[in-house]
Design a protein around this ligand. Structure first.
Ligand SMILES: Nc1ncnc2c1ncn2[C@@H]1O[C@H](COP(=O)(O)OP(=O)(O)OP(=O)(O)O)[C@@H](O)[C@H]1O
Ligand SMILES: [Mg+2]
Length: 144
């Protein structure tokens, strides 16, 4: 487990950017943390690190936003509105267990751990709110 303390939204974004630069095809990044923890903030940095030209925003009306034009395609999935594993299979999310690019999943705990299938290469990330401006960002890599 690796732990970072972020002192600002910009620092959280910078961490995501580092991950984006280092990411390899097939990586799944699962984000857990309360409302407003900074999951989407991290995704913004990730997109920048992958060289994606578009601005990212959370998928609101769709489950998955797809960003092309970077070094790898980024699939941004937000499970906030889903509850059961059956809904996730129904929504076709199993495709993103071994993505043709990088997949990042907000509210990942709703999916991984509750489903029999698991990503091949997975980074499990927890964001804890310490106070108004500080976040503890811990992660663990699972799989090759
Ligand atoms: N160190 C920090 N890192 C990230 N965000 C921070 C930090 N300090 C303050 N913030 C603020 O916290 C909020 C994080 O919002 P963000 O949308 O990224 O959260 P989220 O986890 O995606 O929430 P949701 O569950 O609603 O999708 C922003 O308003 C941001 O400015
Ligand atoms: Mg979000």
């Amino acid at each position: 487990m690796v732990t970072n303390i972020s002192h600002s939204p910009a620092e959280t974004e910078a961490l995501g950017e580092l991950w984006g630069r280092a990411a390899r095809e097939g990586l799944v990044i699962g984000l857990s943390g309360d409302l407003g923890a900074g999951k989407t903030q991290l995704v913004k940095g990730l997109a920048r690190g992958l060289g994606i030209p578009a601005r990212t925003h959370s998928p609101t009306f769709t489950l998955v936003n797809i960003y092309r034009g970077g070094r790898l395609t980024l699939f941004h999935i937000d499970l906030y509105r889903l509850d059961t594993p059956a809904q996730m299979i129904e929504a076709g999310l199993e495709e993103y267990l071994d993505p043709a690019g990088v997949a990042v999943v907000e509210w990942a705990e709703k999916w991984f751990g509750r489903m029999p299938k698991f990503p091949k290469r997975y980074r499990s990330v927890m964001i804890d709110v310490l106070n108004e401006s500080e976040r503890r960002i811990s992660y663990e890599d699972i799989g090759a």
